[in-house]
Write a protein that binds this ligand. Sequence first.
Ligand code: AMP
Length: 398
Amino acid sequence: MGDHDMESISMQDATTHDGRKVPPGGTLGVFGGGQLGRMFGIAARRLGYRFAVFSDDKDGPASHVADHAVCAAYDDEEAIASFVRGVDAVTFEFENVPAIAGEIASKYVPVRPAGSLLHTVQNRQREKDGLTGLGLPVAEYWPVRNEGECRAAAAALPGGGVLKTASFGYDGKGQKRIASGMELEGAWESLGKAPCVLEALVPFVEEISVVAARGQDGAIAVYEPFSNHHENHILDVTMCPRVLGPETQGEVDRIARRALEGFDVVGVLCIELFLLADGSILVNEIAPRPHNSGHLTVDSHVTCQFQNQVRAVAGLPLGSTERIGRPAAMANLLGDLWADGEPNWAAALAMPGVWLHLYGKAEARKGRKMGHITAVGDTPEEAASRARAARAALVDRS
Ligand code: AMP
C-alpha cells in the first residue's frame, strides 16, 4: 500500500511504477462506478484481490461489490490522493474521467492504461489523428471548430457525412447525419457549434469489434472478432465467432496489435470497426477498457475481458482469449424492459443455455443499460436467437 506523502513524490517517481507488479491479495482501484467497474471488481475478487472504487455516484453498480468505495468529484484532488494511497494499482472503467485524476494517481501508483491515452480518446479529433498517425485506416474526416473549418469541410465532403461532437459523445449522442455538405452548417448549429469532427458516411455492411489486451511485459492477446447489431445507436446484440476471410482477419489482427503497441496500452482495448463490402476495414473508434461487445467472454471464453484487464493492471501474465466451446451471443437489457413492471426473471432463467447478468441499478430508465443475457448455441445465429428469446420472455405477459 502506498502511504506516501504527496509533496515528497515527484513526477519522475511516476515512471518508477513501470515494472511494479501487484500479486493477489493486493488492492486494485478503479475510477468509475458503472457496470464495467463492477465486472472488473468481480474478476479481481476471483483472483483474490481487494477492490476499491472511486466514483461520483454514491450507489453505482461497482460500489456494490467493492471492499471500499469513495464518492467524490473526479476533480477533488484531495479525495483522489487519499483514494490512491489505499490501492496498489488503478485503472478506469470509462473514458471521460478528467485527466487530472490519472495525473494525481500516477504520482502514487501505476495507472494502467496510462492517463495520456484517456486524454487522446476524450476527443475525437485527437483520437482520429492518433489512429491515422499509427497508419490505421479511418473514414475521411475534417475538423469543424470554427466558421472557416465548417465551410472547408462542407466543400470537401464527397457525399453524405456524420457530424460528431469532439467530446463526450457516446451511443450516438452528439451526432447528426447529413446528406451533403449543404446541410453541414445547420447540423453544426444544432450541436451548439461545439467543436466537432465531420466524418464521411461509411457504406459499411456490418459493424464488428475486436477486443484485445496487452500485458505489462508487452505480450498481446486478441479475442476473435464479434459481430454487433445496434438499435437506436445502442449495442443490442453481439455474436461470435464472426469468421472472416483470412485477409480481413489478418487486417483486424494487425489493427489490434498496432493500436495496442502504438498507444502503449497496458490493459484492455476495444476497437469498433466497420466492415465494407470488399472485405476492407475502417476503424470507427477505440475504447481503452473492456467493452459491451466483450461481455459474452465472461461465459464463453477461457479468460474473460475483465480478468485480462485485472491481469494487465496487476502485471500478471495474460490469459488465453480462446472460446471454450460453442458459439455465443449477448443481448443487452435496457431500462425499457421495466416499463410494465419487474421483468419475469424466472421465464428467462428457465431457458437452457442462457445466463442472466444484472448490474444492480436501482432505477430503470429508458435506454439505460441494466444488464445483459448471454447464450450459447450450435451457431452464432442460434445463440443470438436464444438470447433474444430469453429477453423477450422477460416481458411476455401472456
Ligand atoms: P459512434 O458513437 O461514433 O460509435 O457512432 C454510433 C453509430 O453511428 C455507429 O455504431 C454507426 O452505426 C454509426 N456511424 C458512426 N459513424 C459513422 C460513419 N462515419 N458512417 C456511417 N455510420 C456511422
